[in-house]
Design a protein. Sequence first.
Length: 139
Amino acid sequence: MRKGQGIPDYRSLFERLDGLVPARTDSVACIAAHLERMLSTRAGSVQALPDYGLPDLNDMRLSLHESLSQSRLAIERFIQAYEPRLGNVRVRRREGAYNPLVLAFVIEATVVIDGVIQPVVFNAHLVGGGRVEVLPDVL
């Protein structure tokens, strides 16, 4: 926890060793990098946490609508469980992502920076090899 604030410190090890409190852009970029690692992890690949990871999003055997709906819910729940810096997480399909072969979505949430709750938005899409790329959106 940060001294005197009673707030857990969720920065990476190197950020904590550096001793600097990151600016908003650094905090959001750090969260985006963590989301990218999280969402690129497949379910069952972490033995210590069997519920950590997502099912293979390329291998859903449902209708397109059901697959998108289940993917969205799985991503939302996973972020809520394993990214404590984000609150009010909402995942939706990205507008303009009309190619049914490309999974692209928007993650909207809130984050506390300098004691102030601020909205954040991330754009994410599935790239080759099951990896998910996550980029912060500029508000």
